[in-house]
Structures are given as C-alpha cells and as structure tokens.
Design a protein around this ligand. Structure first.
Ligand code: HBI
Ligand code: FE
Length: 307
C-alpha cells in the first residue's frame, strides 16, 4: 500500500535519541541554495498533480492562501520569503527542521506561531510514500491554511494545548483532534464537501479518496467523539470528520479541553471505521477499501494508482 504517512507515523520516535540538534529548538537553516535541479523538479511534479485536483476539492480558504503566498510550481519555496508574506497576514512564520521533532519542541513552536517544516524533499521514487513530513507536505499542505486568521489562531491554541496535554497525560486525545482537523479535516461549503487537512491536500491519492470514494465515512465533527477515535497511520483514513465552517475551529481554539478530557477518560474508544449512534452521518462508507481481501483483483483496482 502506497500512501503518504504523516508526521504522527513516528510519533515519539522523532528525536531518535541519537541525533543531537545544534540548536535547542531543533531549527536548522533551510539551505535553500543546496536544493538541486532534481529537488525542484520533484517539487514541481508534486505541485502540478495536486494543482490539477484541488479546484472543486480544496476549500476556498486553502486556494486563497495558496494564491496569496509565494508558493509556486517552479521551485521549492524559500522559507524567508514565505515567512515575510505570512507574517504580514497572520503573524506566522515557517522555520526549517530536519524532520520530526519531539512533541514539546513541536508544540512550543506552534504556540509561538512558528510552523516547523521539513527542509528536505522526498526522492522521486517516493512520490506517494513518505515516513516523515517533507517540505512538500509541510509547505504545500499546511502553510496555505496558515494564511487564514481562524486557522492561524487555532493552530497556536493547539500548540498551547499540547503543552498542557503533556502535563495532563492527555496527549493521545489532543493528537486525535489535530489529526482529524489539521491533517485530515473536511469542511462543508455551500457547494459540497471540501478538504482543508494537509495530509489530504498533499496526497495525490487521498485527495480523491477522501472526497470522491464511497468507502470512507464522512461524519459531522464532534470534539468529544473525535477525542475517542483512534486513527490510521498506515493507510487512508476510514472516517473523515466534517466541520460546518471554520467558526467551529475558532470555538475549538477557545474551549477549555480539561472538562472534556475528564469526560472522555474512561469512555470507550472508537475504531477508525466504527460509527457511533449519535453521529451525524453525512455519508455512510462502504468500507470497501479497508475491508478488501489481499489478492482480491477488485482490490488491486482500488489501490491508489502510481503517479
Ligand atoms: N514534528 N516536524 C514535525 N511535524 C509534526 O507534524 C510533528 C512533529 N512532532 C510531533 C508531532 N507532529 C505530533 O506527534 C504532535 O502533533 C502530537
Ligand atoms: Fe502534517
């Protein structure tokens, strides 16, 4: 199964134990001039195939952010130029990191409106498979939404909430909220469902799977429900949660999670493909993608196609 694994795939393994960063906050220089022509060509390939899919699938805010920021097909963006524009819009900047960083370092950056982005780009043979977030996932997937004031505040609140959740022992619950919003969120627009999650927006195969495929459930977002829902890191999601508008994220940035953690603690968890009786089900998935038998010829057809 080829797919883009996200940051959380190696949750906790980020620091590795061996690597000792030169700077305490794990930032490095992007090293923009060290990118090769092949690196820029990989960026272009990834960019062009997403660009063809996103109109009508990415939410208006994503497309607007992309249009306003210096993110273009011809080259990997220079984080300094990108940060100059982003800072003027929402006070965020993009800083370079070598890959996954420890949770507390990640949260500390977000809490200060710094988005840590991998400076490396995947190899050409890895267009659809990646274990750590690279510059395409981080910049193409995440940064356009950071030009939106609501998402900008929400992500900062997530960073602050992450530091609290570490102390409370509720990191797993908080990480699910991040996963099902910032990474794999859908939003209902006037003309239908659109993606805003970076894990979808940066994945060629999941872009169509999340929106067009009958297999996954699409369920109205509910905070306590999401906190109780496990997620897949090795395949497409079995369920996508749909916000009605970005005002719902704005509420999330303000709500005190502590009473919710108490409510959720001890409550049964949901498997990714399981529906709850109280769900607002927008689309009941067939589950065909995840339930197919290995070697089933129909399954092969359901595989994401290579680039
Ligand atoms: N580091 N660079 C990077 N990017 C992430 O998305 C990231 C991370 N470290 C930890 C982490 N994500 C998650 O495990 C937390 O959101 C829970
Ligand atoms: Fe991500």
């Amino acid at each position: 199964m080829k797919r883009q694994l996200d940051a959380h795939a190696k949750h906790g393994l980020a620091a590795g134990g061996t690597a000792r960063p030169a700077r305490a906050d794990w930032t490095i220089d992007q090293g923009w001039s060290a990118y090769t022509a092949a690196d820029h060509a990989t960026w272009r390939t990834l960019f062009e195939r997403q660009r063809a899919l996103l109109p009508g699938r990415a939410c208006d805010e994503f497309l607007q952010g992309m249009a306003e920021l210096p993110i273009a097909p011809d080259r990997i963006p220079d984080f300094r130029a990108l940060s100059d524009v982003l800072r003027a819009r929402t006070g965020w900047e993009v800083v370079a990191v070598p890959g996954l960083v420890p949770d507390e370092v990640f949260f500390e950056h977000l809490a200060h409106r710094r988005f840590p982005a991998g400076n490396f780009i995947r190899r050409p043979e890895q267009l659809d498979y990646l274990e750590e977030p690279d510059v395409f996932h981080d910049v193409f997937g995440h940064v356009p939404m950071l030009a939106n004031p609501v998402v900008a505040d929400y992500l900062q609140a997530y960073g602050e909430g992450g530091l609290r959740a570490r102390r409370l022992g509720t990191l797993a619950q908080l990480a699910r909220v991040y996963w099902y919003t910032i990474e794999f969120g859908l939003v209902a627009q006037a003309d239908g469902l659109r993606l805003y999650g970076a894990g979808i927006a940066s994945s060629f195969a999941e872009t169509t799977f999340a929106l067009d495929d009958p297999s996954p459930h699409r369920v109205g977002f509910d905070l306590a429900r999401v906190m109780r829902t496990r997620y897949r890191i090795d395949d497409f999601q079995e369920v996508y949660f749909v916000i009605r508008s970005f005002d719902e994220l704005l509420d999330l940035a303000r709500v005190d999670f502590a009473p919710l953690y108490a409510q959720v603690r001890g409550a049964p968890e949901f498997d990714p493909g399981q529906l709850a009786p109280t769900d607002h089900v927008r689309h009941r998935g067939t589950g065909a993608h995840h339930h197919r038998a290995p070697g089933d010829p129909a399954a092969a057809a359901a595989e994401p196609s290579p680039p």
